[in-house]
Design a protein around this ligand. Structure first.
Ligand SMILES: CC(=O)SCCNC(=O)CCNC(=O)[C@H](O)C(C)(C)COP(=O)(O)OP(=O)(O)OC[C@H]1O[C@@H](n2cnc3c(N)ncnc32)[C@H](O)[C@@H]1OP(=O)(O)O
Length: 409
């Protein structure tokens, strides 16, 4: 059997997207969700695998801009909508799509690809490394006290309609984009994503609710959440499910957390997809009863090692030679000298002896500053060939704030 890969024609979208829906279990998305993803599809960046007239594979990418350590916003392909028909699985179709996609990105001069994986075991073989994690917590708000900083009482909270307050929330998002590596600048149309709220996916919870935090009449933060009422024999046992929370300063942020903590008739706050260094963890008196857990979030692939490492800055001076393995994209293989600091960087080919040896996957994992090279070395995935080079590079690659991807794609 041979399959043909070709760029998606807009008239094929329904059939193409149907393959994806079926690969994810066949439950049809709500019409509003489907419409959103159709509108957001970048057809010239989307590929279908065809077995004659039959679509059997899908992938695409969004032309994102990603915040990198140092605060710059750089182009990154947001790989998405990957699927292979169940009748055609494990015959190399995914591999052929990944091959074509990375070749196309390289030809277009795009040096970074990022994705969120349905299963974390899929993409390492194609050179993606897990660069950010997210935090989930189930907080027993009957037991866990929140100690808020001074000034919280000066923040005015206002219940608002999510759609009507979208522009104000987007303005807060826009001001936070450069604050953490891993965040994505909004492209036109993506402001609709936080408003998607299909009834069938609420799991018994309320529609999406929104509370705004204001100071001097200006919106300085917002929380999107839903309340899931529940009752036990002992009384109210509802939960507050936090979908998004962002603020321009720690006091406004604490005011929003305090509000969510105190929603009447609830006994827990559930958060997921939060940054691993989320501030509320330092306001609580019993972090154990918050049951924090981690999961992988953004996977990063350096399509072109040189330009990718030059696109970010380094929090301490660095001058190291990497010996890079990259079986899937062999143009990256070999030795690269990275020199840089907080102002800028250069990464060029060299024939000098290597200081560190690793694969492109480890460079992807370390890229956003959330996974220390020392930790990868402790797992045997980075080898130090010059004494001192590991700590030097690991410190330089780090970020003072954890990388965070606030939404999926
Ligand atoms: C960014 C995103 O969109 S994430 C969404 C990914 N899509 C899904 O999870 C939908 C359901 N799954 C599928 O559609 C398919 O099973 C896919 C896309 C995951 C795999 O497609 P296939 O065409 O079967 O993959 P292919 O035959 O190219 O396999 C390549 C390699 O990946 C491995 N592999 C494939 N799927 C998985 C998996 N889920 N977990 C771990 N390894 C996997 C194969 O075993 C093979 O390994 P090998 O090279 O060592 O032999």
């Amino acid at each position: 059997m041979t399959t043909e890969l070709r760029v998606l024609d807009p008239i094929e979208w329904d059939r193409w997207y149907g393959v994806l829906e079926l690969a994810f279990g066949g439950v049809a998305e709500s019409p509003e969700e489907r419409r959103l993803w159709r509108d957001l599809t970048e057809f010239d960046r989307s590929l279908g695998a065809w077995d004659g007239d039959l679509c059997v594979g899908t992938t695409g990418s969004f032309s994102f801009r990603l915040t990198v350590p140092g605060g710059a916003s750089v182009p990154a392909a947001g790989v998405t909508m990957v699927s292979v028909a169940g009748t055609h699985r494990r015959r190399g179709i995914l591999t052929s799509m990944m091959r074509r996609q990375l070749d196309d990105l390289r030809a277009a001069g795009e040096f970074l690809a990022v994705l969120t994986a349905s299963e974390p075991g899929i993409y390492g073989r194609f050179g993606y490394g897990i660069a950010s994690y997210s935090l989930r917590a189930v907080i027993d708000t009957n037991r866990v006290r929140l100690a808020v900083p001074e000034g919280v009482d000066g923040v005015v909270l206002r219940q608002a309609d999510p759609a009507e307050s979208s522009a104000a929330c987007e303005a807060v998002y826009a001001r936070r984009v450069s604050a953490r590596p891993g965040m994505l600048a909004r492209r036109p149309g993506w402001e609709r994503l936080p408003l998607i709220d299909p009834e069938g996916e609420r799991g018994g919870a309320s529609p999406r609710l929104c509370v705004l935090a204001e100071r001097d009449g200006e919106v300085v933060g917002f929380a999107h959440y839903a309340v899931k009422p529940d009752w036990s024999f002992a009384g109210a046992d509802g939960s507050v499910n936090v979908r998004q929370l962002m603020a321009l300063d720690p006091v406004a942020e604490a005011a929003l957390w305090r509000f969510l903590w105190s929603v009447d008739l609830t006994a827990s706050v559930r958060v997921w997809g939060r940054p691993v260094d989320d501030g509320w963890q330092h306001l609580v008196d019993d972090v154990r009863r918050c049951e924090p857990t981690l999961r992988d979030a953004l996977h990063v692939r350096l399509v072109e090692v040189g330009p990718a490492l030059e696109a970010r800055t380094y929090q301490a001076p660095v001058d190291v030679v990497f010996e890079v393995e990259d079986a899937f994209c062999p143009w990256n293989e070999g030795r690269w000298r990275l020199t840089g600091d907080a102002k800028g960087a250069s990464c060029v080919r060299t024939s000098d002896p290597a200081d560190l040896s690793l694969s492109v996957r480890e460079l992807g994992a370390a890229y956003l500053g959330g996974v220390p090279l020392t930790s990868l070395a402790a797992a045997g995935r980075v080898r130090e060939l010059r004494e001192g080079a590991l700590v030097e590079a690991s410190v330089a690659f780090g970020s003072p704030v954890a990388p965070w991807l606030p939404h999926g794609f």
